[in-house]
Design a protein around this ligand. Sequence first.
Ligand SMILES: O=c1ccn([C@@H]2O[C@H](COP(=O)(O)OP(=O)(O)O[C@H]3O[C@@H](CO)[C@H](O)[C@H]3O)[C@@H](O)[C@H]2O)c(=O)[nH]1
Ligand SMILES: [Mn+2]
Length: 358
Amino acid sequence: MAGSSVKPTPLLKDELDIVIPTIRNLDFLEMWRPFFEQYHLIIVQDGDPSKIIKVPDGFDYELYNRNDINRILGPKASCISFKDSACRCFGYMVSKKKYIYTIDDDCFVAKNPSGELINALEQHIKNLLSPSTPFFFNTLYDPYREGADFVRGYPFSLREGAPTAVSHGLWLNIPDYDAPTQLVKPRERNTRYVDAVLTVPKGTLFPMCGMNLGFNRELIGPAMYFGLMGDGQPIGRYDDMWAGWCMKVICDHMGWGVKTGLPYIWHSKASNPFVNLKKEYKGIYWQEDLIPFFQSAVLPKECVTVQQCYIELAKQVKEKLGKVDPYFIKLADAMVTWIEAWDELNSSGEKSSNSTSK
Ligand SMILES: O=c1ccn([C@@H]2O[C@H](COP(=O)(O)OP(=O)(O)O[C@H]3O[C@@H](CO)[C@H](O)[C@H]3O)[C@@H](O)[C@H]2O)c(=O)[nH]1
Ligand SMILES: [Mn+2]
């Protein structure tokens, strides 16, 4: 119909939830309205549950604060972090959708080099709906992208690719640097827009950032636990890193792909490097042991579900990393609690969902 004002139905409209961890009001959603308004939001309110979080009108959402988490999970709520963005994984657990997109509330719509506004959600969906190439590197990057393909010498037996489990987006302006780097380069901004989507090769780990992240919840959801961080814990700001290492070992075992690159968001707020240093410093030290652990982690072939893989990984964490610090014994137990809670909420199909508002 000429000049129809009917909006096209967005991709995966009823199959994707947007999960936002927050301690602030959600005015940032105004800028995302054209891209997000037709999707359901799951807002995980961290910190003081008596604080009222204002959500702009017109969004369909459910909001969970700490009281809700405790009510829904009971004693198992102990595995959900408090006072750390790690709390967002509760949103993954209560969602009933096939896909998740998670974004921080200080991330805004970025512009590509042509000055066009980037619909980050749409790009993540494209990344998730097209295969990955973890088994053999394609030098022309994403072969499934319009205007690209597999290059000469790429085995035809591998051109079907692998299911994509995770789509890891990047950030213009404030880069996701660790505290020491932030301290040394306080004014550094990321202005480089790289027009590429890569598959992280099988057997290679990477530092997964949770601020602009999409994933196939039906595939890898149970592995997306963001660990024990923040209040009462010896470490913070390693929530997404921990999840990314566990997730990648399991994706490699299951033959699934992980992509990184487009889309970009505009990250607007640099958190305090001194506060970040206090949260991160043990992680900076421990990760010299953690990375070799994950690089050498082997999951037995009997592990055929993500839950089985995750429980096996928790066992190895307890056995091998418990020697690094007793924290990892607590974390390994929390990993098991997470799976128990996940299965409790997701096998019966029931959900104590909170009010949703339009
Ligand atoms: O105690 C808290 C603190 C923050 N949040 C919410 O989590 C995200 C990220 O917060 P913020 O943007 O302030 O933190 P950054 O240092 O920029 O990013 C860190 O967060 C992770 C990436 O997502 C990673 O650990 C770091 O990159 C915002 O939505 C806050 O509202 C919270 O829920 N609880
Ligand atoms: Mn931020």
